[in-house]
Ligand binder design. Structure first.
Ligand code: 0A1
Ligand code: ZN
Length: 868
């Protein structure tokens, strides 16, 4: 075949090129049908593909099919030998003047050697695929862009004993036995889809089967596929799936469309899970759970991720993205949908607090650092680097703001119009906003800046009260900071849910309303304010902004006690904590009394539920404290936080001891029971901060008597921070008890890497050599390297040793799995935020990574942008 190549010497395409949104062009060729014939074998898989292609518009350009680490064995066009060449990894086929053709190729791939976990790979004896964003090109030659939609027919064959189950998208239409112990199955997916939603799975799997009857009365078969021994841990995922199916019918009017919905759990997976049409593939940590192995947070995460992937069936699969710059079209919207689902299933207040905590911990730093990018980026080198908190979580906040601005009913009219108008199409964020605007009648022209401007807006607020005139005036101003490539910003649309509360009476002086700040500054007048008012602003975190309020003395204390909005009440208490924490970090003398009093009142309040108390009493972590300082001295932040924890633990010892003693049955997953366990954990940590030996004794007792992983893990986390014999005893016991249980052993690694101890870096080094440690498994790598890098005091300790260790992890992991390696870079990328000598040492490690030969484009992009 080689002699048919037009130019066998064509140079490879340059690596690390920047792709721009402005360069988008519709595809030259469409592919209405794809037919695959795959002979599966971990050591050598043959993929024969047949593409029906159609010229798209009038042009004379050849067909270009993307490939990645594959070589064509044969290429034919309409059954005859083709004229083709390779441009780097891209297969270029000359189709002459044909308007359509059938293009067939054959390649060989080696799934067992695929350590990048993109394309077809092996995970613990299972063969599975991951194609988003650009993995399909590692399986076969294809345009592999989301605006090329095809109907897929897939025939798979494999050894029947090793791979008794063969799954793909859609429905199974035929199956049979082959020669030499093989069998085959043919699957057909009637819904046209982009290649990133293609999936297949082959393995020795058992199913938890159930069914769901849709609102129009169709029965859908549901199955969760896992290893036989994991079947008892699939119940929660199945219940979550059925609840999500029902919720999407009720809240969005969306019904499932195939007769079958499969979920498969694998241990080796780069992200959380994947919404392949009719065949979702999951990281096993988001499927498997029981009382003994999973915490409440794990149970909640499973429900959230199962729902997220299911919701993608409409927001992602039926209506997909035109190009990868539009990623937030499906991700922001789907995160908003899964957040709303989880809020409806449990405590809405707690869910909102958790979502905002995550946004502030991950997205705000991203938005103010070297990797800041708009919700709809303008360019990228490696799209895998853009599965970020900005695209997902800030993207969800943008959708939430539309909901706030137009109200639930108009919002639903908008989503109905969006789904109806764009069903079966690949569209843009602007298409979404157009539909919302049209259906609601709300003008969203200025609002669209949320898609194009990066950076977290800063709002300043000051409330004036004229007692004589019984009038209050709220003065608001906004500024959006400069971000890489965007020096000047326009004023944004910031919906601020606001109310005024009587300082003495606690009554509502001005009912809650949405104030839309859309000018650089503005003033809002409230009449009939006959009492000194407290300002309750940005309730429910209605705008993802930093709000700086000029507060009178005592105002936060009053709000922490009286605000009727639980989120605002939480914020007031947090702001009191920050006041003490920041003063401490600046080396000022701190008055702990106000914050201790407010926390005590919260703890003792009869009006507040336990779940809320558990959240509200969490003292902010070192990283988010640092985010509120002009420059960070990690040691000073650590000492300040320790001091506050010690002061609270000592002053509230009796109250804390009382709540630490209250237990909830391990099998009870109600918000109240989860809240009880959460509050216990928070109390235990504070008690130990003030009195380590008492803390150790209580933790040991909690560990020994725990009937669930939440209590056990919380106890172990406290012990892991402490000295004394209980620590090693409990860690050893935990390891012995859960040995071989991958997901729980991940916790064992993390807990030690998260410990706030002077010798934690030594422990991380020891754990790196532990026989259970492997960099090939992304969960395990994150459990160790990701965890210690998220432990600020430890990461910044040892005169740069923590940075060196992280850089070593990045360099070693990059040779195995670039996507996962690249996600370890951001902690070093924050170097500009730190005082010397920290900043220089962090930068030096980024430079060392940058100088490593053969760097992937994933790590190259993160590191070069962090240094720029
Ligand atoms: N669409 C998935 C996220 C995802 C992206 C890439 C992956 O492989 C590298 C896997 C999953 C989601 O939002 O759940
Ligand atoms: Zn998603």
């Amino acid at each position: 075949m080689a002699d048919a190549r037009i130019n066998p010497e064509a140079p490879p395409s340059p690596e690390h090129v920047t792709i721009w949104r402005k360069d988008y062009r519709p595809p030259d060729w469409l592919v209405p049908e794809v037919s695959l014939d795959i002979a599966l074998d971990p050591a050598s898989t043959r993929v024969r593909s047949s593409l029906k292609v159609e010229r798209n518009g009038a042009h004379d350009r050849p067909l270009r099919l993307a490939g990645d680490e594959i070589r064509p064995l044969t290429v034919t066009v309409d059954g005859a030998e083709a004229r083709w060449t390779l441009d780097g990894d891209t297969l270029v086929i000359d189709l002459g003047g044909a308007e359509h053709a059938v293009v067939e190729t054959e390649v060989e791939i080696v799934p067992q050697d695929n350590s990048k976990l993109m394309g077809l790979y092996a995970s613990g004896g299972i063969l599975c695929t991951q194609c988003e964003s650009e993995g399909f090109r590692r399986i076969t030659f294809h345009p592999d862009r989301p605006d090329v939609l095809s109907v897929y027919r897939v025939r798979m064959s494999a050894n029947k004993a090793r791979f008794p189950i063969l799954l793909a998208n859609g429905n199974e239409i035929a199956k049979g036995e082959g020669d030499d112990g093989t069998h085959w199955a043919e699957w057909h997916d009637p819904f046209p889809k982009p290649s990133y939603l293609f999936a297949l799975v082959a393995g020795d799997l058992a199913a938890n089967r159930d069914s769901f009857t849709t609102m129009s009365g169709r029965k859908v078969d549901l199955a969760i596929w896992v290893r036989e021994r994991d079947l008892p841990r699939t119940g929660h995922a199945m219940e979550s799936l059925k609840a999500a199916m029902k919720w999407d019918e009720k809240v969005y009017g969306r019904e499932y469309d195939l007769d079958l919905f499969n979920i498969v759990a694998v241990d080796d997976f780069n992200f959380g899970a994947m919404e392949n049409k009719g065949l979702n593939i999951f990281n096993s940590r988001y499927v498997l759970a029981d009382q003994d192995s999973a915490t409440d947070a794990d149970f909640d995460a499973i429900a959230g991720v199962v729902a997220h992937e299911y919701f993608h069936n409409w927001s992602g699969d039926r209506v997909t993205c035109r190009d990868w710059f539009q990623l937030s079209l499906k991700e922001g919207f789907t995160v908003f949908r899964d957040q709303s689902f989880s809020a409806d299933m449990g405590s809405a207040a707690v869910k909102r607090i958790e979502d905002v905590r995550l946004l502030r911990a991950v997205q705000f730093p991203e938005d103010s650092g070297p990797l800041a990018h708009p919700v709809r980026p303008e360019s990228f080198i490696e799209i895998a680097n853009f599965y970020t908190a900005t695209i997902y979580n800030k993207g969800a906040e943008v959708i939430r703001m539309m909901h706030t601005l137009m109200g639930a009913e108009a919002f639903r009219r908008g989503t109905d119009l969006y789904f109806e108008r764009f069903d079966g199409q690949a569209v843009t964020c602007d298409d979404f906003v157009d539909a919302m605007e049209e259906a609601s009648g709300v003008d969203l022209s200025q609002f669209r800046l949320w898609y194009s401007q990066a950076g977290t807006p800063h709002v300043t607020a000051r409330l004036e009260h004229d007692t004589g005139a019984a009038r209050a005036t709220l003065h608001l101003a906004q500024a959006v900071p400069a971000t890489p490539g965007q020096a000047d910003k326009q004023p944004m649309v910031l919906p601020l849910r606001t109310a005024l509360i009587g300082t003495d009476s606690g009554r509502e002086l001005a009912a809650e309303r949405v104030i839309t700040l859309n000018e650089p500054s503005m003033s809002v007048v409230f009449e009939n304010v006959d009492e000194a008012p407290l300002l309750s602003i940005n309730r429910g975190f209605s705008t993802p902004a930093v709000i700086d309020v000029a507060r009178k003395s005592g105002e936060l204390e009053r709000l922490a006690q009286t605000d009727a909005d639980p989120f605002a009440r939480f914020e007031a208490l947090q702001d009191l904590m920050y006041r003490a924490l920041l003063a401490g970090a600046r080396g000022e003398t701190v008055d702990y009394d106000p914050v201790v009093a407010a926390m005590g009142a919260t703890l003792r309040s009869n009006a507040l539920d336990t779940a809320f108390k558990g959240e509200a009493l969490i003292i902010p972590g070192e990283s988010v404290i640092g985010d509120r300082l002009p420059l960070v001295d990690p040691q000073a932040v650590h000492e300040s936080r320790d001091a506050l924890r010690g002061a609270v633990g000592a002053s509230l010892a009796d109250d804390l001891t009382a709540v630490q003693a209250i237990t909830a049955s391990g099998g009870d997953l109600s918000p109240e029971a989860k809240g009880t366990r959460r509050l216990r954990a928070v109390a235990l940590g504070l008690i130990a901060a003030a009195d380590p030996s008492r803390g150790a004794a209580l933790a040991k007792a909690q560990y020994d008597s725990a009937d669930n992983m939440t209590d056990r893990q919380a106890a172990l986390a406290t012990l892991a921070n402490l000295k004394g014999p209980e620590r090693a005893e409990a860690l050893d016991d935990f390891y012995r008890r859960h040995r071989g249980d991958t997901l729980v052993i991940d916790k064992w690694f993390s807990l030690q890497a998260m410990a706030g101890r002077p010798d934690t870096l030594d422990q991380v080094e020891t754990l790196r050599r532990h026989p259970d440690f492997t960099m090939k498994n992304p969960n395990r790598l994150r459990a160790l390297a990701g965890a210690f890098a998220a432990n600020p005091w430890v990461f910044h300790s040892g005169e740069g040793r923590g940075y060196r260790m992280l850089a070593d992890f990045v360099i070693a992991a990059d040779a195995i799995n670039p996507q996962v390696a690249a996600r370890l870079v951001p902690p070093l990328g924050r170097w500009r935020r730190f005082v010397e000598p920290y900043a220089g040492r962090m930068r030096a490690e980024l430079e060392r990574i940058a100088g490593t030969p053969g760097l992937s484009k994933d790590v190259f992009e993160q590191v070069s942008k962090s240094l720029a």
